[in-house]
Design a protein around this ligand. Structure first.
Ligand SMILES: Nc1ncnc2c1ncn2[C@@H]1O[C@H](COP(=O)(O)OP(=O)(O)OP(=O)(O)O)[C@@H](O)[C@H]1O
Length: 568
C-alpha cells in the first residue's frame, strides 16, 4: 500500500531520464532506466557504454580548483581525524556534469569490439569519468539532481572509521592511504575518520572502547593481522553488548561460543600487509584501488569467520587459516626476521622445512549430515563437487537451515577420528589464495558456506615435504593429489597434540610469547598470522558471521578465456 512516504528503492527503480548530450564533442543519446545508465553514439549505436547505477561513484558539476590545501593526516593519532572533502559547485549556470563510475578492467580492444580476448585482470576495478555537456542548463540540473537523489538512496557508507597500521607490510600504509584511498573517498563524498595504530592490539582495544554508532563501516589498512584485530574487536564487542545483562567475566562470555552474534557494522580491508591473503580471497586481487572501490560502492555480504577455543572458552576468531606444525613454526619465528620484509617467510620457511620432524596429533572431525549427503558420507573434499567460490556463489547462497535441522534429527554427532604424525594440520576458512599461492591451499573452500577445510599433511622425508610446498605455491595442480594429504570439509574439529610435555593446554595463550613456544614435541598455531599456543582446542566455523564490503572474485572460466592472449 502506498502511504505516500518517501521510499528510496522506488526512487532508484522508477526514475527515467533520456536526453542528448555532447561527450568529447560528439553527440550521444544518454538514458537512465531500470537502475542502469547507458550512453551511445547517435551516429554509431555500436559504441555503447552500460553502467549499473550501483557502480556509479558520484555525479557532480565540474569542480573549481579549491584554493584550500588538502588536509594532511598527522601520524600517531589515537582519536579519529576527519578528512572530508567539500565540493564546490561552479555556479548555477552549469552546462555539464561529470559522472564518476567504477568498472572492471577490460582491455580497450575488447571494449571497442576489436578483440574478443582480454589481457586485463577482471578482478581489478578502475574509476572512469564521463562528462556530459548540454546547452540547456535545466537538463543538466535535472540529471544532476535526479542521479544524486538515486545515489543518496543507495545503501552506501557515508561515514567510515579507518584504522591504519603503519608497521605491517612495507610500512607504507599511510602513504598508500594518502595516494590511493583519500582521493577515492573524497570523490565518493565519504567522510573518513582516521586512527593510526601505535602498538599491537591497539585496534582491538579501540574497537572495544570507542563509540561506533555514528559510523556506517569500520575499515582498516594493513595486513591480515590488522584485519584480524578489527574483526575480533567487532565480534567481541557485539558478544559483550548481547550479554551485557549479568555478564561478569570473559569466561561466562565464552560459554556459548556456538551461537556468536553478528556485528551490526560492516567492515573492510585496504591491503597494506605482507601477504594480504584475506583481501586476495575476498576480491580475487590485492589491488588497492579495487579494494577501496568495493568499500565506497558499499556492497556488503556475510563472510564466514571461525573460532579457536580451549576448555576455558574462546581464544580467538580467525578469517583465513589456523595452522599447526610447519606454518605455526614459521609464524613463531618470522617476527625475529621482520627486517627482511616479506622475504622473511621464505628464509624462515627454508629453515623449518629442513628441521621439521613432524608432530603427533589426534583430530576428531565433525561429520556434518548436510555435507554427507553430497559427499557420499566421506566429508572429503576429494569426493565433493569441485565448485570454486566466486561472486554470487551458488554454494554460499544456499540457506543455512540444513545444519540446524539435521542436528535435531540425529541427536548424536558423528566424528571421524584421525591420529598420526603430521608435517602440518591446517584449517582453512577461505581458499588462502594469495599472490604467492594463486590457487591457495584449499581452492574449493567457500567464503560464506559455514565450513572449514581441514588439511592433514602426513610427515615424510624432506623431499616429500618440499614437493608438497612446491605444489602449494604452484598455479596448477592440487595438494590433494598427493597420497599423504587428506582434506575434509567440516564445521567443527577437536584437536589434541600427543606426546605433549606441556601437561595440557597453556592458558592465556595469546599473551606475549617470550620463552614459550614450540618444543621438541609440539608446535604452535598460526592463527591468521598470530600465535596461539594451546595444543588442545576446538575449532568451529561460524557462517556469514561478519558483514564485509566485498563481492567475491570473478568467475575463473571467463577469466581464463579472457586471458587467452597473454602468451602473445
Ligand atoms: N603501530 C604498531 N607498531 C607495531 N605493531 C603494530 C602496530 N600496529 C599494529 N601492529 C601489529 O602489527 C602486526 C603486523 O601487522 P599485519 O599482520 O597487518 O602486517 P603483515 O604481517 O606485514 O601482513 P600479513 O599479515 O598480510 O602478512 C599485527 O600483529 C598488529 O598487531
Amino acid at each position: 500500500m502506498d502511504n505516500g512516504a518517501y521510499q528510496p528503492e522506488q526512487e532508484i527503480k522508477s526514475s527515467i531520464l533520456l536526453n542528448t548530450f555532447q561527450i568529447d564533442k560528439k553527440s550521444y543519446r544518454v538514458f537512465y532506466n531500470n537502475e542502469t545508465l547507458i550512453w551511445e553514439k547517435i551516429k554509431n549505436n555500436k559504441s555503447k557504454v552500460i553502467i549499473p547505477i550501483h557502480d556509479v561513484i558520484s555525479v557532480c558539476y565540474p569542480k573549481r580548483k579549491s584554493s584550500q590545501p588538502t588536509p594532511q593526516v598527522t601520524p600517531s593519532l589515537t582519536s579519529p581525524q576527519h578528512t572530508q572533502q567539500i565540493y564546490h559547485d561552479a555556479n548555477d549556470d552549469n552546462r555539464s556534469i561529470t559522472i564518476n563510475y567504477a568498472k572492471r578492467c577490460i582491455d580497450p580492444k575488447v571494449e571497442s569490439g576489436k578483440s574478443s580476448k582480454n589481457c586485463g585482470d577482471r578482478n581489478k576495478w578502475r574509476i572512469h569519468s564521463v562528462t556530459l555537456h548540454s546547452n540547456d542548463k535545466y537538463i543538466i540540473k535535472e540529471w544532476h539532481d535526479t542521479l544524486n537523489k538515486i545515489l543518496n538512496a543507495l545503501k552506501r557508507p557515508r561515514k567510515l572509521l579507518l584504522f591504519i597500521n603503519p608497521y605491517g607490510g612495507k610500512k607504507n600504509a599511510l602513504q598508500l592511504y594518502e595516494k590511493y584511498a583519500k582521493p577515492i573517498f573524497r570523490m565518493a563524498n565519504v567522510d573518513v575518520s582516521v586512527i593510526i595504530s601505535q602498538r599491537p592490539n591497539q585496534i582491538f582495544d579501540l574497537v572495544m572502547q570507542q563509540q561506533l554508532d555514528q559510523y556506517d563501516g569500520i575499515i582498516c589498512s594493513g595486513g591480515d593481522g590488522t584485519f584480524s584485530e578489527l574483526f575480533n574487536g567487532l565480534i567481541y564487542r557485539k558478544m559483550l553488548s548481547e550479554h551485557s545483562n549479568g555478564m561478569e567475566s570473559n569466561e561466562e562470555l565464552n560459554l556459548d561460543n556456538e551461537n556468536i552474534p553478528s556485528p551490526d557494522i560492516p567492515c573492510g580491508i585496504i591491503p597494506a600487509g605482507s601477504t594480504d591473503t584475506i583481501a586476495y580471497c575476498l576480491h580475487g586481487t590485492t589491488d588497492i584501488k579495487t579494494c577501496i572501490i568495493h568499500i565506497v560502492l558499499g556492497q556488503v555480504s556475510g563472510f564466514d569467520i571461525s573460532s579457536i577455543s580451549n576448555d576455558k572458552g574462546l581464544i580467538k576468531f580467525y578469517a583465513s587459516v589456523v595452522a599447526y606444525g610447519f606454518l605455526g613454526d614459521i609464524s613463531f619465528e618470522q617476527e625475529n626476521y621482520r627486517f627482511l620484509g616479506p622475504r622473511r617467510y621464505e628464509w624462515v620457511g627454508f629453515k623449518k622445512v629442513l628441521l621439521n620432524r613432524g608432530y603427533d596429533v589426534e583430530v576428531l572431525i565433525h561429520q556434518d549430515n548436510a555435507l554427507s549427503s553430497t559427499n557420499q558420507g566421506q566429508n572429503s573434499v576429494n569426493n565433493c563437487d569441485k565448485i570454486k567460490c566466486y561472486e554470487n556463489c551458488s554454494v554460499c547462497s544456499m540457506p543455512s537451515t540444513s545444519t540446524a535441522n539435521m542436528k535435531k534429527a540425529n541427536e548424536e554427532e558423528k566424528f571421524k577420528k584421525i591420529t598420526g604424525r603430521f608435517f602440518m594440520v591446517n584449517l582453512a576458512n577461505i581458499s588462502c589464495a594469495c599472490q604467492r599461492s594463486p590457487s591457495g591451499m584449499s581452492p574449493y573452500c567457500h567464503l560464506a558456506d559455514g565450513y572449514n577445510d581441514i588439511i592433514l599433511v602426513r610427515h615424510g622425508n624432506i623431499f616429500q615435504n618440499l614437493r608438497f610446498l612446491i605444489k602449494l605455491s604452484s598455479k596448477t595442480g592440487q595438494i590433494t593429489d598427493f597420497p599423504f594429504v587428506e582434506m575434509y570439509r567440516t564445521n567443527k574439529v577437536y584437536f589434541k597434540a600427543l606426546n605433549s610435555t606441556s601437561e595440557g593446554s597453556l592458558t592465556d595463550s595469546t599473551q606475549p610469547i617470550s620463552n614459550l613456544g614450540p618444543n621438541k614435541y609440539t608446535s604452535v598455531w598460526n592463527c591468521d598470522g598470530e600465535i596461539v599456543q594451546d595444543t588442545d582446542v576446538i575449532i568451529r566455523a561460524h557462517r556469514k558471521l561478519l558483514p564485509v564490503f566485498y563481492r567475491g572474485p570473478v568467475q575463473e572460466d571467463l577469466e581464463n578465456k579472457s586471458r587467452g592472449c597473454c602468451c602473445c
